[in-house]
Write a protein that binds this ligand. Structure first.
Ligand SMILES: [Zn+2]
Length: 411
């Protein structure tokens, strides 16, 4: 990498160059600067797929990739203590700008040591920008060039969120990774609407980059563009011209078929920098993670393991189990015999009883088990990449997870 950088500087000094070349070299220099501030070490690349094994270095520690990030919307992964989250194997968790800024407020959190001090989690945290929650509010949101205006779901008051506000809030929260504010549209949508939102997202990304002032915080750009390959490519290239510490792929898993999502990953990942992390936002099912890794994604987040856990659905290597079902009433076996989690020290019969009796331990235990399942899946993916046989791991997971999922998709 140093040799590459040197070559770049050499040609820079050797006389006038065409403007395209100057822009390309300038972009490359900025990109080098960003990638070096929060280095992403690539340990291995799979020979037959685009899977990568790496380590992302952040202010509060390292993240082994491919990585799954549990979602801690309100400064808590619902129902779990910080020790329980750590025991599932998570290196990094996600906090939610929209929710935390409305309650208790980012200024109060800043006063109490930032999100790390406030919740007592001393490992890396990523905060989203609020863009997806604004999208989720649907008709209640008005988007203009300046930013988004919406009504608080707590007290109905009017809230303005500009890109600069999102950055300020995330700086007050003190996360390791901040996300740019983006404009997400529901799919299917007309091409003009998708292009407008993508172009606005690029302008907002520039404003986010211009307004940041916290050096100990990485910032990721977010690739938008719906299901249009050309728009996705323009978005990815535009973000790289601005220069970020990593790149996320947003606006997917919002109603399209999985095959369409995979096709977009095949368009976007090859045009993203190879030496910086890639994060697929809000995805997804275990098979989506495995397929995403095969296409070059390094990071994922999703509420699926915890939301499903609270609804009595347990993920296993052979597909999900519905723990309220009568078939578990006398079953003395654990959810998964080889799972090291605390839930698997109990029988399926006991877990079923907790849900039937509406005991709060049931959702806690299944959230722990499901997060442990996702972390073990990522650990196995990392080992497969290191061995150089992610291709056969992928085929095996497709057979197990797709067969098992037929007819009983997770919620
Ligand atoms: Zn378990």
């Amino acid at each position: 990498m140093l040799a590459k950088s040197y070559a770049c500087l050499k040609s820079w000094d050797s006389g006038p160059a065409p403007i395209d070349e100057i822009i390309a070299q300038t972009t490359f220099r900025f990109r080098m600067a960003y990638s070096q501030r929060f280095p992403f070490q690539k340990i291995a690349e799979d020979p037959t797929t685009s899977a990568r094994r790496g380590i992302l270095n952040l202010p509060h520690g390292q993240v082994q990739t491919p990585a799954f990030m549990p979602v801690g919307t309100q400064g808590t992964v619902k129902g779990l203590t910080i020790d329980q989250i750590e025991a599932t194997g998570a290196d990094i968790i996600l906090g939610n700008t929209y929710h935390l800024s409305l309650r208790p407020g980012s200024e109060l959190i800043a006063e109490l040591g930032g999100l790390h001090g406030f919740m007592g989690w001393d490992r890396p945290i990523l905060t989203d920008s609020g863009g997806f929650q604004i999208f989720s509010l649907g008709d209640m949101t008005k988007v203009s060039e300046q930013g988004a205006t919406f009504k608080s779901h707590l007290d109905g008051s009017t809230v303005h969120l500009r890109p600069e506000d999102s950055v300020r809030i995330q700086q007050e929260l003190g996360s390791d990774i901040a996300m740019v504010l983006d404009h997400v549209v529901a799919l299917p949508a007309g091409v003009d609407q998708v292009r407008d939102a993508m172009e606005r997202s690029l302008r907002w990304a520039q404003r986010c980059q211009d307004s940041r002032s916290r050096s100990q915080q990485a910032m990721f750009g977010i690739v938008q563009g719906g299901l249009d390959p050309g728009l996705r490519q323009q978005s990815a290239e535009g973000l790289q011209r601005i220069g970020f510490d990593g790149y996320a792929i947003g606006g997917l898993s919002v109603g399209e078929e999985p095959a369409e999502m995979y096709r977009m990953l095949e368009v976007v990942c090859p045009v993203l920098p190879t030496d910086q992390p890639r994060y697929l936002m809000g995805v997804g099912r275990p098979i989506d993670l495995v397929e995403g890794v095969a296409r070059g994604v390094d990071m994922f987040d999703c509420v699926m393991p915890t939301r499903n856990g609270r609804n009595a659905l347990a993920f296993t290597a052979d597909g999900p189990l519905r723990m309220r079902n009568q078939c578990h009433a006398r079953d003395e076996s654990p959810i998964e015999a080889d799972c090291p989690c605390v839930a698997c020290r109990h029988s399926r019969a006991y877990i079923r009883h907790l849900f039937q009796a509406d005991e709060m331990l049931g959702p806690t235990l299944l959230s722990i088990h499901n997060l442990t399942f996702y972390q073990r899946l990522m650990a196995r993916a990392r080992q497969a990449i290191e061995r150089g046989d992610y291709g056969s791991f992928l085929l095996d997971q497709r057979r197990r997870l797709m067969d098992a999922n037929a007819g009983q998709e997770p919620v």
